[in-house]
Design a protein around this ligand. Structure first.
Ligand SMILES: NC(=O)C1=CN([C@@H]2O[C@H](COP(=O)(O)OP(=O)(O)OC[C@H]3O[C@@H](n4cnc5c(N)ncnc54)[C@H](O)[C@@H]3O)[C@@H](O)[C@H]2O)C=CC1
Ligand SMILES: O=C(O)[C@@H]1CCC=N1
Length: 269
């Protein structure tokens, strides 16, 4: 793809997407630029990713065809104020911040601009990301094709109505954190039974990966797949019974409610 990709802010999420894009071969490192505030982070990013770096958000805005706003939600509007007169007229602005709407961003730029609101996740770094996408009315069909191609370079893409975007962090943006907690707990359980820590992580992570792949590839209901594991009178149903008593599914639902409530709060600031 022959576009200059810019990142304003180059923290955890921006690095995951940039790493995934470069690894896929769709974007070369020399097509990418990012602004960072400290000398140390610029040196590290230039060494690790081989991308162009700058201390100036305006420099990045001026060169990018596709510009990722990769700062925290509460920093969005000061950054837009800073760069709004520097962006290319046809630039595509990609937002990744929880809770920030496309119309908030349009209003902050103050004129007609192309906005793609996304909610990615950190597995983008290894090409296994999940990015939800909604677009504003300035985005053409041709723009959407390029954006989907770019975002697909580091994982799967789902087009979502903007009204549903606040629900996405809980299910795919933040949820890798819950899964890591489960893998950590499963590994602790393995260690408790005398397995090594390393082997426990590999066993637990591969079981989670395989279970997810079963849901995606067989198209079967997760309950049916669970039933296939629970041998009558066996060990799995004993574990399932304990999980139900401990309100495992209720805990996940409650966590997702907290996540969505926080997303809505972040969008109000
Ligand atoms: N970490 C994740 O898994 C995900 C994060 N996001 C979104 O990504 C955005 C960034 O989050 P993280 O990468 O987790 O945070 P982070 O703290 O790792 O990255 C933010 C970066 O922005 C830089 N920054 C702050 N003010 C700046 C300014 N005025 N100009 C230029 N750079 C500035 C910071 O130095 C930092 O490196 C947030 O809006 C968040 O909602 C979205 C999906 C997933
Ligand atoms: O924690 C956050 O607010 C961001 C949004 C999704 C993942 N990280």
């Amino acid at each position: 793809m022959n576009k200059i990709i810019g990142f304003i802010g180059f923290g955890k999420m921006a690095q995951a997407m940039a790493g995934g894009m470069i690894h896929s071969g769709l974007i070369r490192a020399d097509q990418m630029m990012a602004s960072m505030r400290t000398e140390n982070s610029r040196t590290l990013a230039a060494e690790q990713f081989r991308i162009k770096v700058s201390a100036s958000n305006r420099d990045i805005a001026a060169f990018a065809d596709v510009l990722f706003l990769a700062v925290a939600p509460y920093t969005y509007f000061e950054v837009i104020e800073e760069i709004k007169d520097n962006i290319k007229p046809d630039a595509i602005i990609i937002t990744i911040a929880a809770g920030i709407t496309a119309s908030d961003v349009e209003n902050a730029f103050g004129n007609k601009i192309k906005v793609v609101r996304t909610m990615p996740n950190t597995p983008s770094l290894v090409g296994a990301g999940m990015t939800a996408v909604s677009v504003n009315s300035e985005i053409t069909d041709e723009d959407l094709v390029s954006v989907e191609k770019l975002l697909s370079s580091f994982g799967k893409v789902e087009i979502i109505a903007e009204a549903q975007m606040d629900a996405i962090p809980a299910i795919s943006g933040s949820s890798p954190a819950y899964v890591y907690m489960m893998i950590e707990a499963m590994a602790d359980g393995g260690v408790r039974q005398g397995l090594s820590r390393d082997q426990s992580y590999r066993l637990a992570a591969q079981a989670v990966l395989g279970a997810a792949q079963m849901v995606l590839e067989t198209g079967k209901h997760p309950g049916e797949l669970k039933d296939q594991v629970t041998s009558p009178g066996g060990a799995t149903i004993a574990a399932v019974s304990t999980l139900e008593q401990e309100r495992f599914r209720g805990a996940i639902l409650a966590a997702m409610d907290s996540c969505t409530a926080k997303v809505k709060e972040l969008g109000k600031k």
